[in-house]
Design a binder for this molecule. Structure first.
Ligand SMILES: [Zn+2]
Length: 433
């Protein structure tokens, strides 16, 4: 009674257990914004042990709030330095602080935990999160793997800065987002939690700058034959090329990590994309680095807009080829768009594909790129190549939707693009010519 009376007096209510994402309603949590994650872990023998400290701001008065966290054993949980009550229900870590948190208050959550992290299995993408490797581990977490290794507000709409201090046994080394400073890796630009990345193992590392002057840090597992010099120069070329086409590079550094692991995918982990041992060819490097603008800096507002990430990154591969004496985007468009009505890509509603089709190669990647080329044809090259940097500038470090893209393309071109967007993105059949 007393608690309730005090809570009502202060206008305190529980934070929602999810942000209401169309495909993952439980992802993320309501009632607060995270500003920073400080992740301080010791790794040995496949296990981790340490503390994640979150600094957040209450968006409304909070009697309790949730984090997303799966597996691992919590030994202590404090809010503003005082032990807090908590319980766990699936991926929800439900925290009741000793004192309610008034609207606008900045607060800290300190969670000490330990255990052997395990990946999550997603129907759309396979295993994600903490993946053990021959000599350590790597984290690749789209869309919901981060909760397998730290407590998190796991939705792209709550970006935060990060610092990692990961202690590893002698002979191993840590790569991560951001740049190394002393015993930490520091990320100073907003990072969507699914892009949080550490890679523990043995590494051949090369650091320096791209020809355009951007800090470039790449690493390859020494068990692989690939050249670290080749990787470094390809990353540099792809990053500088992106600047020319998409606008200023959004982050303090670029790079790559190629690990001795076959995951079936590469991932655009911020600053330092992850590449599987059999998937680090030049087009894939161009794809993942283009995601630094499309996906990492300009992120989806809801996972249903995933084509905004994958369509742009695939189209970047086409543009790279076109601008380096290879096949033109037009030629790819002509070939792909002549596919028969039975083609898988025509059956997907690219702008809202449903959970199972989120990473559909034909329906999201290919048709997303086709849609961008259709927009390019509708607005003309001059406007299209103004649209790319305008898009990354307008939504830098933010979250965007397909409607935002249409609004910008219409503003720049002065044209009604309703038919193009409807036919290419919201109609699950082959567009009519
Ligand atoms: Zn991609």
């Amino acid at each position: 009674m007393k608690t309730l009376a005090v809570a009502l007096l202060l206008g305190l209510t529980p934070g929602a257990p999810g942000v209401g994402d169309s495909y993952y309603p439980q992802l993320g949590n309501g009632g607060y914004d995270v500003g920073h994650y400080d992740i301080d872990l010791a790794y040995a023998g496949g296990k981790i042990n340490g503390t994640t400290t979150i600094t957040a701001t209450a968006r409304h008065g909070l009697s309790r709030f949730d984090l997303d966290f799966l597996g691992l054993t919590i030994s202590s949980l404090k809010v503003n330095g005082t032990a807090a009550a908590y319980r766990r229900d699936g991926q929800e870590l439900i925290i009741t602080p000793a004192e309610g948190l008034p609207e606008g208050a900045t607060f800290t959550v300190e969670v000490a935990y330990a255990g052997r992290p395990a990946p999550v299995q997603d129907q759309s993408l396979g295993k994600s999160g903490w993946l053990p490797t021959n000599d350590g581990a790597v984290t690749v977490s789209e869309p919901r793997g981060s909760m397998t290794w730290f407590p998190v507000n796991d939705h792209p709409t709550d970006k935060a800065t990060f610092s990692y201090r990961i202690k590893v046994p002698e002979g191993l080394r840590v790569m991560a987002n951001g740049e190394p400073h002393g015993d930490r890796w520091i990320v100073t630009e907003p990072l969507a939690p699914y892009l949080a990345f550490i890679a523990i193992g043995k590494w051949k590392v090369k650091s320096g700058r791209t020809p355009g002057g951007i800090t470039n840090i790449v690493a390859i597992d020494p068990a692989l034959k690939d050249s670290v010099d080749t990787l470094f120069s390809r990353v540099g070329a792809a990053t500088d090329w992106g600047v020319k086409n998409f606008g200023p590079y959004p982050f303090t550094s670029t790079g790559a990590v190629v690990d001795n692991l076959i995951t079936g995918y590469a991932l655009e982990t911020q600053n330092r994309p992850f590449f599987s041992s059999n998937q680090n060819d030049l087009p894939t490097i161009v794809h993942e680095l283009s995601h630094q603008w499309f996906g990492d800096s300009v992120s989806v507002r809801d996972w249903k807009h995933i084509w905004l990430n994958e369509g742009f990154a695939t189209y970047a591969e086409w543009l790279w080829s076109e601008q380096h004496g290879g096949r033109t985007a037009q030629s790819r468009f002509d070939e792909l768009s002549s596919a028969p009505a039975t083609w898988q890509g025509w059956k997907v509603t690219t702008g809202d594909p449903g959970l199972r089709r989120m990473f559909d190669g034909a329906g999201i990647y290919m048709r997303g790129a086709l849609a961008l080329h259709a927009i390019r044809m509708a607005v003309g090259d001059q406007t299209f190549f103004r649209l790319l940097p305008a898009w990354t500038a307008e939504h830098r470090y933010g979250n965007a939707t397909t409607a935002d893209l249409r609004a910008l393309a219409e503003r720049l071109s002065g044209k009604d693009l309703g038919r193009v967007f409807d036919q290419w993105l919201f109609t699950p059949r082959k567009p009519r010519a």
